[in-house]
Design a protein around this ligand. Structure first.
Ligand code: HEM
Length: 282
């Protein structure tokens, strides 16, 4: 066996992390969430100069509401497809690992232990926790969408189909639905454009951008650094080679960079407008 000389670069190995279906689903969520925020915020701050300018540019607030509902429908279909897929795989194909264990996104005691160990590590009081396939913040990010779909989605549909919902609830509840929808939307926008962006892209290990969700692949080095317990588990089970992947194509990396940059810029712009417009309300 030859050892690499000073001029030879060691081989970089790539491994699959996300399937094509997971990448498409995330892509649809990126587009529709940005679409919902871009069309929802002008409704929430309809008196602001930037909202009026945007409404004029697209043909009025009626057009904004139309695009809001279109994005809501697409997001609902994607979300429902995801939930049905999980239930089918868990119940029919008996893939219990989806509901419990290291590959599951269901929180476990380890997440709480990791959170406290991480806080201790931040304060130089202990060793860095070793994360599995998903860290505790990945699970927070994932469940934030379920929470948001429940609250924002239900209140949104209640407003959309108000005459139907008014058969089952007092009319005043629909006013409350509008209030909940608007304020929860501000929370969702603030969460995604700060905490989610930081967790997945801006923290030191990933800065300036983590392309894994676009390419579906990670290098061995990234895997060992970010998910050491998962790497060690699959290595001991002899499963590493099954996950070996080709180096991501250059066009795919560039595509991820472009989409990621647009999402960043739109997100930060909307976060800025949200904070400024919210403060002006007082
Ligand atoms: C299934 C998902 C959703 C549905 C069905 C939905 C539906 C609606 C409807 C029907 C309205 C009222 C439009 C009107 O004035 O006639 C509305 C307003 C609004 N939506 Fe959504 N929406 C959804 C998701 C979202 C999301 C994810 C966000 C934020 C990212 C959002 C942000 C807003 C905001 C800020 C308003 C204005 C509320 C106000 O005027 O106080 N919506 N939505």
């Amino acid at each position: 066996m030859t050892t690499p000389t000073a001029t030879q670069t060691p081989e970089v190995r790539y491994y699959h992390r996300f399937t094509l279906g997971q990448r498409y689903l995330h892509g649809i969520i990126i587009i529709t969430f940005l679409g919902l925020a871009l069309t929802g915020l002008p409704l929430r701050f309809s008196g602001a100069a930037w909202s009026v300018a945007l409404a004029r540019a697209v043909g009025g607030f009626g057009a904004i509401i139309f695009f809001h509902k279109l994005n809501a429908l697409i997001m609902t279909v994607a979300f429902a497809a995801h939930v049905i897929n999980i239930l089918y795989r868990a119940i029919v194909r008996k893939q219990w690992g989806l509901l419990w264990g290291p590959d599951s996104l269901v929180p476990s005691l380890k997440d709480f232990k990791d959170l406290f160990a991480h806080l201790r590590w931040f304060l130089w009081l202990g060793k860095k926790p070793q994360f599995e396939r998903y860290a505790y913040w990945d699970r927070v990010d994932y469940w934030a969408v379920f929470w948001g779909m429940g609250i924002i989605g239900f209140s949104g549909y209640a407003m959309w189909f108000a005459p139907f919902f008014a058969r089952f609830m007092p009319g005043s509840w629909l006013n409350i639905a509008l209030l909940i929808h608007g304020e929860e939307a501000l929370l969702a926008v603030s969460f995604i454009f700060t905490i989610h962006y930081f967790n997945t892209h801006l923290r030191p290990q990933n800065f300036p951008m983590d392309l894994t969700i676009f390419t579906g692949r990670q290098t061995e080095q990234e895997w060992i650094e970010k998910h050491p317990e998962e790497y060690a588990r699959l290595k001991s089970e002899g499963k590493l080679e099954e996950l070996r992947a080709k180096q991501p194509e250059r066009w795919l990396n560039n595509f991820g960079r472009v989409v990621g940059t647009i999402a960043f810029l739109l997100g930060f712009a909307m976060l800025y407008l949200t904070v400024v417009s919210f403060i002006k309300e007082f």
